[in-house]
Design a protein around this ligand. Structure first.
Ligand code: GLY
Length: 367
């Protein structure tokens, strides 16, 4: 295995993540090494397809594939059961059989939707992820979570369906807007904060270079993030326990996203604020020493904290947190840092404390 490949080792379902720059152009051959070439369905949104569709198709055809194409609209609304039904139609039209892959070229929405279709069409066909955002490269394309939204909540209908191959080509990030780059960097920082003190220290040195799109730095950040995610998924593929560590920053983050109305915050922007508030919470609860808290808080701050929308109240955010509590059977369990590169699961029942923390953020008080 080359230094640009990471293997996700799962019983009977191991797969590789290719992280070399330019690997998009080798997609067809790389896929042919995993599945015998034949029919395939390439799913992409119209924006990403205009940037990378032709290159991807050329590579697939050169590798002996006969790809059909299904395009979706950019944006979260495409991730619906109706969107999945359109992909089933396209798969039937294209004559896909049980061995024909569905290939997702795009960000998290495309990966989740195409992945959900791959998990369910003919009771499951192979899935290939070609993530084109940093967020999708370091998180959603690896680990097998696929889902569509329901009008009453995000990702309510889904499955675990591991891909056969992931191609996380850092060169495609050249066209990613800076806001989207930072959106992914919030998840990168998360891995350092809760899993790897050395990686955190490396990010302390290199975060600005990553934001400035230094190719070598970004490629190294992507590789290390995927390695960490791989190790977590290998331990707990179905999130029966330990994998929840990856939800660091997400408890408050999801509540902020929901309270603001989906679309105001990018996912990573909300997670970044959630991570900073989790650091403060851990310090106030006596789980985290002051010096470690100061260090940990610095990276979310350096990424930049998005301001809340006008009129958002702490009560509205708490209400969304309580919905989360209901979903988990009564207790709100946070992932909180206990040291640089380590985290614990901690039930938190102190509503006043949570209200104060969220209120501090909403009021722009120094965090
Ligand atoms: N995004 C968290 C996970 O894949 O478990």
């Amino acid at each position: 295995m080359s230094e640009h490949e990471i293997e996700i080792k799962l019983p009977g379902r191991s797969y590789r993540v290719l992280t070399a720059a330019g690997s998009l152009d080798r997609a067809g051959a790389a896929l042919g090494a995993v599945i015998p070439p034949g029919k395939a369905l390439l799913v992409s949104d119209t924006r990403v397809y205009s940037l990378y569709g032709e290159r991807c198709l050329c590579s697939l055809v050169a590798g002996g594939w006969q790809p059909a194409v299904a395009l979706i609209r950019p944006g979260e609304r495409a991730k619906s059961l109706a969107g999945a039904a359109r992909l089933y139609e396209a798969a039937i039209e294209a004559g896909l059989d049980r061995g024909s892959p569905i290939i997702a070229l795009g960000g998290g929405v495309t990966g989740d939707l195409a992945g959900f279709a791959a998990a369910t069409y003919l009771r499951g066909v192979p899935l290939v992820m070609i993530p084109t955002t940093l967020l999708a490269q370091v998180d959603s394309s690896v680990g097998g979570k696929v889902a569509v939204n329901h009008p009453r909540g995000k990702n309510l209908i889904g499955s675990f369906h591991q891909p056969h191959l992931v191609i996380a080509d850092p060169a495609v990030l050249a066209t990613l807007p800076l806001r989207q780059l930072k959106n992914g960097l919030a998840e990168v920082v998360k891995y350092g904060m809760v899993n790897d003190a050395l990686f955190f220290a490396w990010l302390e040195q290199n975060l600005e270079r990553a934001m400035a799109r230094d190719e070598a730095i970004l490629a190294a950040a992507i590789r290390r993030s995927i390695e960490i995610k791989a190790a977590v998924v290998e331990l707990d593929e179905r999130e029966s326990g330990y994998r929840r560590i990856l939800n660091f920053g997400h408890t408050i983050g999801h509540a902020l996203e929901a309270a603001a109305g989906f679309g105001y915050y990018l996912h990573g922007e909300a997670v970044n604020i959630g991570a900073l508030l989790a650091v403060h919470l851990a310090r106030l609860l006596g789980i985290l020493e002051a010096a470690a808290a100061d260090r940990l808080a610095e990276l979310p701050r350096r990424l930049g904290l998005k301001q809340p929308p006008a009129g958002m109240t702490a009560a509205a955010v708490l209400e969304k947190l309580n919905l989360d509590k209901k979903r988990r059977g009564g207790e709100l369990i946070f992932v909180l840092p206990s040291a640089v590169g380590q985290a614990v699961f901690q039930p938190v029942a102190d509503r006043t404390l949570l209200e104060k923390l969220i209120g501090d953020y909403l009021a722009g008080r120094s965090l």
